[in-house]
Ligand binder design. Structure first.
Ligand code: NAP
Length: 238
């Protein structure tokens, strides 16, 4: 097991990986973008804030001399993964991506797959009630559609003003099926918008299927082809 490890984090999976590697005796530094004000922190050391592009990350890696970089950032955080691939290539640092497998539609699902959040916004019919779980950074485009309303869920409040006809749910996953059924039912939701974050299938998808609601599923952006594992167990090895 490599001794000195940098984890590019910001996800629950990154936290699990940091805890497991720390418990296995590795010196773990988790890097967070610093966008969440009150993140749940893993074991080991923490640094916060961007590196300053590829050049900044190259300088950081040269200085710290990690045995391994684990890119456990969210599947939709495309820029940091591109930077990691370039900077690790330039410094000959071993890089592994930790990324959960995509969700695949089941028989009872009514999914419409789109290539981006912008396409999801454009795909919404007029006057629908929508439940949006794409995060605080990209919610503004939905608020800009004055003919739609609904529920916007995220961990911390968005930087943009929330229109009065939207309900903001500030909460951290996981959510129970009962919670999701009540959220969709009580708010007269007609359609759900989600990113294909992947991993264990989440309750909102089961709730939408049970209620017969369509889900607009945003597909993941392209990331550089690097060695990838799908779970912390696979990362830790046999
Ligand atoms: P992004 O677009 O890929 O990255 C934007 C910039 O943020 C990067 O160029 C880098 O700045 C900095 N950055 C991102 N992740 C970092 C990390 N772990 N450590 C240090 N700097 C980091 O990322 P994003 O989509 O804004 O996501 C930001 C963070 O939130 C990520 O760490 C991601 O894991 C987490 N997150 C994202 C989503 C999502 O849907 N996008 C969902 C859940 C969690 P420099 O160029 O200055 O180095």
């Amino acid at each position: 097991m490599p001794r000195k490890i940098l984890i590019l984090g910001g996800t629950g999976l990154a936290r699990d990986a940091a805890n497991a590697l720390h418990d296995a005796g590795c010196a773990v530094l988790t890097s967070l973008a610093g966008v969440t004000q009150y993140p749940i922190l893993p074991k080991g050391e923490i640094r916060k804030g961007g590196f300053g592009g590829v050049d900044g990350m190259v300088a950081f890696l040269k200085e710290a001399q990690f045995d391994l970089v684990v890119d456990a950032t969210h599947p939709f955080a495309a820029q940091i993964s591109r930077h990691a691939a370039e900077a690790c290539g330039a410094t000959h640092t071993r890089l592994i991506r930790l990324e959960p497998p995509v969700w695949k539609p089941q028989k009872s699902d009514r999914w419409m797959e789109v290539g981006s959040v912008a396409n999801a916004v454009a795909a919404l019919d007029e006057n629908v009630r929508v439940a949006v779980t794409v995060g605080r950074k990209e919610i503004g485009a939905f608020f800009g559609r004055y003919d739609i309303s609904g529920v916007a869920r995220m961990i911390e409040p968005p930087a943009v003003a929330v229109p009065s006809y939207w309900m903001l749910e500030l909460a951290r996953p996981p959510f129970t099926l009962e919670h999701e059924l009540a959220l969709l039912g009580d708010n007269q939701i007609n359609v759900v918008v989600s990113k294909n974050a992947g991993g264990v299938r989440v309750a909102k998808l089961d709730a939408a299927a049970q209620l017969g609601l369509p889900v607009i599923m945003v597909q993941r952006p392209e990331k550089p082809k690097v060695q990838t594992v799908a779970s912390v167990e696979a990362l830790m090895g046999p």
